[in-house]
Design a protein around this ligand. Structure first.
Ligand SMILES: [Zn+2]
Length: 101
């Protein structure tokens, strides 16, 4: 003697005592089967690409940061190399000037 305790918020069919339902905070009842269907149809399809694109943006931002720090380091290396070259030139010039002895 199962009596309906409400109607499914998804398929509108009466919910029986024997039905496995999901009870939402606002009192709505939905068959677990309907909830899974609607969950995969709405929340998964709508939220996952968003999450994925956010992750992509985060990833590209992180990669950009890495590139920037890499460029900074490269510039530092270039600076170092240029200074070393200049110093070597100066040393060679000094050697030429003092190369007599
Ligand atoms: Zn249902």
């Amino acid at each position: 003697m199962a009596k309906p305790v409400g109607t499914c918020g998804h398929c509108r069919l009466p919910i029986e005592d024997s039905d496995v339902v999901v009870i939402f905070e606002d009192g709505r009842l939905i068959h677990v089967g309907c909830w899974r269907v609607s969950d995969s149809a709405t929340s998964r399809q709508s939220s996952d690409p968003v999450r994925r694109s956010r992750k992509l943006i985060d990833d590209s931002r992180r990669r950009l940061d890495e590139l920037h720090s890499l460029a900074d380091r490269r510039m530092g290396d270039l600076d170092h190399a240029a200074r070393r070259l200049l110093a070597a030139d100066r040393d060679r010039a000094n050697d030429g000037r003092t190369g007599g002895w």
